[in-house]
Write a protein that binds this ligand. Structure first.
Ligand code: 4AD
Ligand code: MG
Length: 444
């Protein structure tokens, strides 16, 4: 048993113990053997460190336990911390003692080796894949993005109000609802907390929700999950201009926090900081019509295959191209009302347009935020609900918000996984969440 008197350290903070003996608890990430010298690499969840064990400098039972030890065996180690400029974290560990907690049997070795594996294989072993330094770094950055996102609202007077996940009606169209049998009545997994935070915004002023949302998306794109996390602010008396300003400040805060607190992880995943350092306000703003003009020009110049059909929502290639034109997020506002959700306020200057905004992340990442000013008039909302063939009965409570003290109000939703994909520079959202749910994957 490694000496209990030595302090228990983490690899991330091991520099504090230079020259001392410490204990580590973790796993054997890799082992290089060269005759009388063993070079184990340990990981403990906070980082990795290389150890050194010479046959003459460690007790023979320690050398024997380490020699041939299998990848991902769990261990407790004692060793002396030595600064080494060539080591990735700046330190190495001269092993003194070691106890194997569980030895992975040779007959059933850890399935993820250090060689290349296909994505399907890795997703099938996601419960183990999260141990690799790259995946662990992405999850740390994800956690920082979620922390900073909530922090922004908490620090600016927003109250977190949690909407239900089981809901009686659609928020974002009826084609992507997951039905649930609710004691014999139909119910659905929520697509967005929006309708409920509209209610709490009229009670508390400035609110946000942060939780899982669901879309029965039949699409297999690199941007779509069936279960994802959304953070949604909603503010009474805020208009579309105020909302765009909020989106700008919010995104700038998140990126600055990642740069400040997760520089080492960005380095681990090979994400350069230059592309993130440009994410400062103001962000460019474009009307939908101007964006369409750019897309048509891009088509004439041969950058886009198809001409853009005015009046449609943007497809992935359009968003990819548009967002690739800027070094920071671009805010596209005032889409034609008929391609957007039923709850959006029409532009008083021209009611064919909705007072809405989509924020497209740079480098071709496409939409990360969708939001709008909300329709404030009871009559208008009722006719929208009818046009969209939504069940009027289920929306009576929502219509009450327009009956009793209706005010202009606005909000948006940011999908965490899309934000993580962009900030980490990943080409697929499946690596941005611990266990991705997609059209063809429910395991593990
Ligand atoms: O644009 P969406 O559909 O907007 C809403 O749901 C509004 N009710 C939000 C609001 O105003 N409070 O979704 C918002 C964001 C998108 O911009 C995207 O980042 C993410 O949620 N999103 C998805 N992320 C991963 N997979 C999917 N299938 C997603 N659908 C939307
Ligand atoms: Mg959207």
């Amino acid at each position: 048993m490694p000496d209990q008197d030595a302090p228990l350290a983490t690899i991330a903070a091991i520099g504090r113990y230079e020259g001392q003996s410490v204990r580590l608890q973790g796993w054997l990430y890799n082992l290089r053997e060269s005759g009388k010298l063993l070079f184990p690499i340990f990981r403990d969840g906070t980082g990795t460190i290389q150890g050194v064990a010479h046959v003459k400098s460690v007790p023979s039972h320690v050398f024997d336990a380490l020699k041939g030890l299998t990848q991902e065996s769990s261990v407790m180690v004692r060793g002396r911390v030595r600064a080494d400029k060539r080591a990735p974290g700046g330190y190495e560990l001269d092993v003194e003692d070691l106890e194997v907690v569980q030895r992975v049997p040779e007959s059933d070795p850890y399935p993820i080796t250090l060689k290349e594996h296909g994505v399907d294989f890795l997703m099938e072993h996601r419960h183990l894949w999260v141990r690799t330094p790259r995946q662990a770094a992405i999850l740390r950055i994800r956690a920082e993005i979620m922390r900073a996102a909530a922090e922004y609202f908490d620090a600016n007077g927003y109250i977190r109000t949690d909407p239900p996940i089981l809901t009686p009606a659609a928020c974002e169209g009826t084609s992507t609802l997951f039905p649930v049998d609710y004691f014999g009545d139909p119910a659905y997994l929520t697509q967005s907390g929006q309708l409920y935070v509209e209610s709490t915004a009229l009670a508390l002023g400035k609110v946000y929700s942060f939780g899982p949302t669901f879309r029965a998306e039949k699409s297999k794109t690199r941007r779509h999950l069936t279960e994802f996390w959304m953070i949604e602010p909603e503010v009474a008396f805020m208009d579309l201009d105020g909302l765009m300003e909020l989106a700008e400040n919010f995104l700038a805060h998140i990126v600055a926090s990642v740069l400040r607190n997760r520089a080492a992880e960005l380095e681990t995943i090979g994400r350069g900081q230059e592309k993130l350092k440009t994410i400062v306000r103001p962000f460019p703003r474009l009307r939908y019509d101007e964006a369409v003009e750019m897309l048509n020009q891009a088509h004439r110049d041969g950058h886009l295959e198809a001409p853009f059909a005015y009046g449609n929502d943007f497809g992935s290639p359009d968003e990819t191209w548009l967002s690739g034109q800027y070094d920071r997020p671009v805010m596209v506002h005032r889409y034609p009302a008929n391609v957007k959700a039923f709850y959006m306020e029409p532009d008083p200057k021209d009611p064919r347009y909705a007072l809405c905004v989509d924020v497209l992340a740079p480098e071709g990442y496409g939409e990360i935020i969708g939001g709008s000013q909300r329709a404030a008039s009871l009559e208008l909302l009722e006719s929208r609900i009818r046009e969209h063939k939504l069940p009027m009965e289920a929306f009576q409570w929502y219509l009450d918000l327009r009956r009793y003290g209706s005010v202009p109000h606005s909000g948006f939703g940011m999908g965490i996984e899309r934000a993580v994909a962009w900030i980490c520079g990943l080409d697929h959202v499946r690596e941005t969440i611990p266990f991705a749910r997609t059209l063809h994957r429910m395991y593990p």
